[in-house]
Design a protein around this ligand. Sequence first.
Ligand SMILES: NC(=O)c1ccc[n+]([C@@H]2O[C@H](COP(=O)([O-])OP(=O)(O)OC[C@H]3O[C@@H](n4cnc5c(N)ncnc54)[C@H](O)[C@@H]3O)[C@@H](O)[C@H]2O)c1
Length: 340
Amino acid sequence: MKKIIITGGYGFIGSNLVNYFLKKNFFVINIDKLSYSSNKYNLKISKKSNYVFIKSDIGNKKIIIKTLKKYKPSLIFNLAAETHVDRSIDGPEAFIKNNIQSTFNLLESLRFHNKNSKKKIKLIHISTDEVYGDIINNKLRADEKFQYQPSSPYAASKASSEHLVKAYVRTYNFPAIISNCSNNYGPNQNPEKLIPKIIFNILNNLPIPVYGKGNNSREWLHVKDHCRALEILSTKGKIGENYNIGSGNNLSNLNLIKTIIRLMKKNYKLNAKFIFVKDRPGHDLRYALNSKKIRTKLNWKPKINLIKGISETIDWYMQNQNYFKNLKGKSHLKRLGLKI
Ligand SMILES: NC(=O)c1ccc[n+]([C@@H]2O[C@H](COP(=O)([O-])OP(=O)(O)OC[C@H]3O[C@@H](n4cnc5c(N)ncnc54)[C@H](O)[C@@H]3O)[C@@H](O)[C@H]2O)c1
């Protein structure tokens, strides 16, 4: 049985990835510090013999080294991070600690382990399309060689952690691969983020806030397509390289909001209204990836149609309204990202 570690496994993408690999009969070790964005509802695992949860910060070298020694996994998918751009505007320090310092400590733990064991553990480090910054020219899409121009403290912290990973590959011959994925959607996402926030607000008769004019464009990928891409990266990806993972499907925030309102009205007879609110400081207008490399070299392509995927995502939140009851705190009811 193949043993893997997934960090951030109680978060949105991490929990989908844990479920994805459990279904494939992998032995999964989930390391998560259980921050506000984690949700115990995301993983309802009834005492499986092939699953272990360890509550820890990835920066805790003692626990991480002990875990590596005990389980000797072949792979680690690093998803643990602070992830909300608005929060990074209000409090950038947590992003420096979590996304840079903790990644550095994780790399040190892995370096120590790999130096002292015959079988080296491979790292798949999950990054984001936000490192490339604003792609305002509609004809452009960022490929893996595109200049890094992060706009938010979140994106800058993710770019920094990538640079550390790359330095370890070059200096220590460290087996690592980096993924740069576009915006994900699907089950298990905290409603501080756009899609679950729209659904939560409609359910609770709250207006949907549209930042600025709502013309910011994002490339949406279903989280299951992301999970498949990560598995392919881990088996066929080339050490030391970055791989963009995107659907090629961009939607403006306003169009996305209108699409969800239309689907909620049609399928659930629920009405909603949106209001324009003050824009996010430094708000990137457009992210867009060129994902030719993973499509041609590793033979991956997304399978889930955007509108069908969004419709199924709505169904999931409607059928799992207890998800919202299990949230930590009430931050999803507040406007974040304006404290400058
Ligand atoms: N959500 C997206 O659209 C998207 C797109 C591209 C890349 N990513 C990247 O994917 C990863 C996962 O994103 P997500 O949306 O699932 O995030 P999330 O906020 O839903 O989950 C993050 C999880 O990591 C845990 N965590 C945070 N810092 C930790 C630490 N130092 N040690 C241990 N656990 C820690 C949290 O408790 C939480 O469970 C992140 O690295 C993010 O940058 C996300």
